[in-house]
Structures are given as C-alpha cells and as structure tokens.
Design a protein around this ligand. Structure first.
Ligand SMILES: [Zn+2]
Length: 103
C-alpha cells in the first residue's frame, strides 16, 4: 500500500483556556474570514456582503471541555439596534418553544 503524504498544517501556539486558564488547549478548526456579527439583520444584500469579517480559530480545552474562538475580538461585535438574537423566525425553534410550553 502506498504511503500517503498529508499536507503540513501551520498550527499556531494554542492560548490558555479562557474559562479555566489551563494551558492544555488544542486548535480544532480555523477559517480565515467569517462575518464578525452573526446575529445582525442586514437591510440590503450589499450591506450583508460587505459585513466586517474576522478570522476564527476554534480551540478546545482538554481540561474543562470549553471550545472557544482564540481570535475573538469584542471590538468587532456591535450590539446596537440592528442586532437581533431572537430565534422565533426559525420554524424549528418555534416548534421547540411550543413543545416546551405544552409540557
Ligand atoms: Zn478550560
């Protein structure tokens, strides 16, 4: 069977856990540009497409199990009037809420 040569991946030094401060963290997933505000209602397609983007690096803590974005930057998130975190627009969430209320 021929051997497979995997591409080398540049794994950055992993920061300590933001919950328990353990140094035992492992990079899990990285993507170069995701919308920084994930719960914002954009009023036009053009505005949505030009939304600020940021790098995401999911990192897992082997001590407490917390998963966090090591590149999270609170200054990129804007909790003003266009921010909408209601899930009631989702049919799946409405069904879940109705089933919860019927208990
Ligand atoms: Zn931890």
């Amino acid at each position: 069977m021929p051997s497979v040569q995997l591409p080398s991946i540049d794994i950055p030094n992993s920061p300590p856990c933001i919950v328990c401060a353990s140094p035992n963290t492992v990079p899990v997933f990285e993507i170069s540009a995701l919308p920084a505000d994930t719960i914002r209602l954009w009023w036009s397609r053009a505005a949505a497409r030009s939304a600020p983007k940021a790098k995401m690096g999911l990192t897992y803590c082997e001590n407490c199990g917390h998963l966090f974005n090591r590149y999270y930057d609170n200054d990129l998130v804007d909790y003003e009037e266009d921010y909408e975190n209601s899930q009631i627009f989702s049919p799946r969430f409405r069904k879940y809420a109705e089933e919860l209320a019927d208990r």
